[in-house]
Every structure is written in structure tokens, then in C-alpha cells.
Design a protein around this ligand. Sequence first.
Ligand code: PEP
Ligand code: MG
Length: 328
Amino acid sequence: LHQRIQSEADQPAKTADGCEMTLLVNAGLSASLEMEQNKQGAGVGLYRTEIPFMLRERFPSEQEQFELYHSLLSAHPDKEMTMRTLDVGGDKPLSYFPISEENPFLGWRGIRLTLDHPEIFLMQIRAMLRASIGLTNLHILLPMVSSISEVDEANRLIKQAFHEVKEEAVKTNKVLFKPAIGVMLEVPAVIFQLEQIAKKVDFFSVGTNDLTQYLLAVDRNNSRVAQLYSSYHPSVLIALNQIVQTSKLCKIPVTVCGELAGEPSGAIILMAMGYRKLSMNAHSLRKINWVIRNVAICELEALLPQILSCAGPDQVKQIVDQYLEIRG
Ligand code: PEP
Ligand code: MG
């Protein structure tokens, strides 16, 4: 039986009507272990670099970061490794960098914090770039972007670090390849400036956890309003649909790396919209792989108008559950 389950998981993620999906894994705690669980997969779609920062008592040095990143990039040089720059603040505190705010989720978090401390940002980018010398799989992802100027500033700093590290590489006769740069789509404001942002970066990654929180004005961790927090709210789905449509027009690759991608109902709605790259927790991979192989894209596409015109999340879930039931 174990063998059968294993061979199930090794099947390519292709729908019953032949549409291929790319499944990636979200990592943070033990990235090498998580990659092991996705042997057949395409790599890491979201490496949360803040987790190793949170487990320490002080900022890791550039050398310490370099060693960690190098072990991850070189373990699977043929697979994409998307490293998100430090995303602290909000629900992710650093004991050695205390922040006290009345509204942490609307405050100093993600790229806002690191652009205010370019020495932290530059050190991390340099560590990533040094770790990728001779390798081609590094993707750098920017969290909590809410304005074009943040993209410009981050790009400027990345370019600066690139030139510094490139000089080092040339001295030792090694090559430093340009990493792909991406923006997290998780603050609603950027949805309305996608065309402009697409010209400045190489890919998008949708963070449905924060996007849901900010679109619905519901704290993702507050149990008192937990019933209001749903990524199946039709407004969230309409936003997700708009993102994939605009990304297609702009010819920019887009992945979904929020929790929604690892839920069967979420994954099939995203597939119906046209998303073909999903990144999820390792424990969801097998389940989603199975779901993909048992659905047909043409049927999902036919369900989409109905899903997007629902009044609320319950109706959405009902439609999707009904379909999943028919499909076994
Ligand atoms: C998200 O916001 O959906 C996301 C993937 O990032 P995190 O959960 O780390 O905030
Ligand atoms: Mg987020």
C-alpha cells in the first residue's frame, strides 16, 4: 500500500484532460526536508527566509546567511528556489528587533522595514547572490509591496549588490547569473498597478493569506472575526481572477503561494481561472496532486462564471464541493 501511495505521489500533476500543473513547495523551517517531500516537484515557490531569522537571538551574519542559502541552492541546482526577502513585522516578530505598534499589520513590515534599513536588505541580497555564484536557480521575491517606488528602490539595491558580488565572482573566474526578481501580490493596491509593475520585474507570486486579510479588512489571526476571514469570498476570487488575466496580458509568470493553493477547493478554483503554478506546504502536495489528476480543466472553466457570481463564500464552497463529489 505504501508503495502505491508513493507511486501516486510520483505521478505528474496533469489533469484528466491533459493540462499540466507545476507544483512547488513552501519552505522555511527545514527547507531541505521539504524539498525531499517534493522530489518530483519543480522546486521551492516560497522560502520564508524570516523563519531562520526568528529562530535566532541576533541577526545572522552575511556569512551565516550565505552558508544557509548556498546549501539550499546547491542541493537541487536544476530546480527553482524562490527566496523571499525578510518579511518580519505584523505577525512575525524578531525578539532582537522589537517593534511596538498599534496596528502592526498596517505598519512596519516586509519590504517597508528592510528598505528603511538598507543595510539589512543589502546584506541578505549579497548573501543570496554569493550563494548563487555558478548557479541559475535563484529567484528573489519581495514581500508586502504596496507601491511602485518600493519596487524601484528594491531593484536599485539589488543591482548594487549584484555589481559588488559580480566583481568577487569575476576575480575567482566564476559566473554570477542575474536572478529572477518577483513581487508578492498581497496588498490590494498593487492589483491596480500590475501593468506598470510587470515591466519592472520577472514574475509575480500571489499571497492569498495577506491579500484576503487586506481585501476583507479581517485580521488573519483574530479568532473573533475568523468566520469573516475567507479566501472564498467572491471579492477575493474576483481579485485573483483579475490578477491572472492581467498577468497573461503582460506575459509575466504568476504563482500562487498562499494557503488557498494547498486546499483542494482553492486549487481547483485557481486552475479554473488559469493559474498553472501553485506553491503549497509539503503536506498538501499529495492531496493536490491527486485532485489535479481527477479533474478536467474544461469542466472547471465552465464552472467559473457561476463561482464568480456567487453572493458569498458558502455558495462558492457548495458549487466546488458538488463538483469534487461527482469527480470522486
Ligand atoms: C501570504 O500572505 O499569502 C503569504 C504566502 O505570505 P505569509 O503567509 O508568509 O505572510
Ligand atoms: Mg504574506
